[in-house]
Design a protein around this ligand. Structure first.
Ligand code: ADP
Length: 426
């Protein structure tokens, strides 16, 4: 293994893995730190944690665990991946985890940049832009868990770390790889431990890549990944994304209520394809688990005769108004947990009915379903839409799956994904 990656959430891990595959690496993603050695010969492994918003101490412990496993598998360089909107608070977890990894790797200098120009995230003079606006005007200032009220990443990072934070700005980037490497050395000599790096285009990221060669630790969003495989003489090729042949029945399980997913469900239904919807608003508040069991049984009985004819959609996705009513009735967290458990049970039932091609919509929903399907590792295949690849779970019967986080994907994503699978894995 060449590159060992630690991602602070599941769908972000897939996003990183996808960028690495597109740049020529064969990649496995694991859910949590594996208990066993790597089962396949690959160039990179992304260990997906759920450490973005847990207490910093726990995030550090989990990240160091992941580091140890990756080192035991022979990782030559470590990549700590966080969100392209730098989701964090003054308590962490980007700063504390970076610091802990630096210490463990005996590393005195690293970079930090969430730049991902393909998704509109750019860094200029140390300020992070989301699309055309500064981060703190992008809506991220109202994020429920990690409100980002300052777009200046030097300040944001400095608030989270004892190491001195510096900047490699666009004027250095414009001078090329040698100038970037020289600036890194200069900052390091000045006692800077972490340098925010400006990047406004993929070209910047490709220029940055070679300057990171032989650096033990890189911290970044998923964008920087496009410049790293070339350090091992790996270049974009379709073969890195090759997955085994797809078999079994097809199902779409959707628990995301994001606008994009609502559009995808509507588009799928408009094609006259079969769908079954959970209606939690019709549940009485008494003994909800029993009602869920009964709904799951209904959904599976409905799906069984249809599966041999083509894909089925089973979903909880609903509009904001209905969602609000459900949350008012059962409580936001409880409603979410119940729906996740219902969809997880549905996926387990569908697995038993022979489904081996899965489209799963929703970050939390994906986590719940992957856990129910007992998937701990997956090989990353061809991209369907930016940030969303097909994957293959090699360990057991689960087969091919794509995990789509809420706002990703075009309106025809569900049918497009299955068509893409038929074309690339037949
Ligand atoms: P996204 O990636 O769009 O954020 P998630 O799966 O992460 O999607 O989150 C959606 C949450 O909403 C999940 O906890 C899911 O169980 C919950 N949910 C989905 N449909 C409903 C519904 N009809 N009523 C209440 N909660 C729902």
């Amino acid at each position: 293994m060449k590159l060992g990656c630690i991602a602070d959430d599941f769908t972000g891990a897939t996003d990183l893995a996808n960028n690495l595959v597109r740049s020529g690496m064969r990649v496995m993603q694991t859910f949590g730190v594996p208990q066993t050695p790597l089962s396949k010969d690959v160039d990179a492994v992304v260990v997906a944690l759920k450490s973005r918003t847990i207490p910093a101490k726990e995030a550090i412990a989990q990240s160091l665990d992941a580091l140890q496993w990756l080192q035991a598998q022979g990782a030559e360089q470590i990549y700590f991946k966080y969100c392209s909107t730098f989701d964090s608070t003054p308590e962490g977890n980007i700063g504390p985890v970076t610091e802990a990894l630096m210490e463990a790797l005996d590393c005195t200098f690293t970079i930090a940049t969430p730049a991902f120009p393909d998704n509109g995230r750019t860094v200029f003079k140390g300020y992070l832009f989301a699309g055309a606006v500064l981060l703190n005007e992008s809506g991220m200032q109202n994020h429920p868990l990690t409100p980002m009220t300052d777009a200046n990443l030097v300040r944001v990072m400095q608030a989270q770390t004892k190491r001195k934070v510096g900047l490699i700005d666009h004027t250095v980037m414009a001078k090329g790889t040698a100038a970037i490497a020289e600036k890194m050395k200069q900052l390091e000599a000045e006692g800077v431990g972490v340098a925010i790096v400006d990047a406004t285009s993929n070209e910047d990221l490709k220029t940055l890549g070679p300057a990171l060669k032989n650096r033990p630790l890189v911290t970044a969003g998923s964008g920087v990944a496009i410049g790293l495989p070339a350090n091992w003489n790996l270049h974009a090729s379709a073969s890195a994304a090759t997955l085994p042949k797809a078999t079994g029945f097809q199902a779409i399980v959707s628990g995301s209520c994001s606008m994009a997913t609502q559009g995808q469900v509507a588009h799928y239904k408009s094609l006259g394809l079969p769908s079954w919807q959970f209606s939690p608003l019709s549940w009485s508040t008494h003994d909800v688990p029993a009602q869920i069991n009964s709904n799951v049984a209904q959904a599976l009985a409905w799906a069984q005769p249809l599966l041999s004819k083509g894909p089925v959609l089973i979903y909880a996705t609903t509009d904001a108004d209905t969602l609000q009513q459900v949350q008012a009735k059962f409580g936001r967290e409880q409603a979410g947990e119940w729906m996740e458990s219902a969809l997880a049970q549905v996926s387990l039932g569908l697995l038993e009915l022979g489904v081996k091609q899965w489209v799963i919509a929703g970050g939390e929903t994906s986590g719940a379903c992957v856990q129910a399907l007992n998937i701990s590792q997956m090989q990353i295949g061809p991209q369907i839409d930016p940030g969303v690849p097909w994957c293959f779970a090699p360990e057991h019967a689960a087969g091919h799956l794509t995990l789509k986080s809420g706002n990703f994907g075009t309106p025809d994503f569900f049918t497009k994904a299955l068509k893409n699978l038929a074309e690339t894995c037949s």
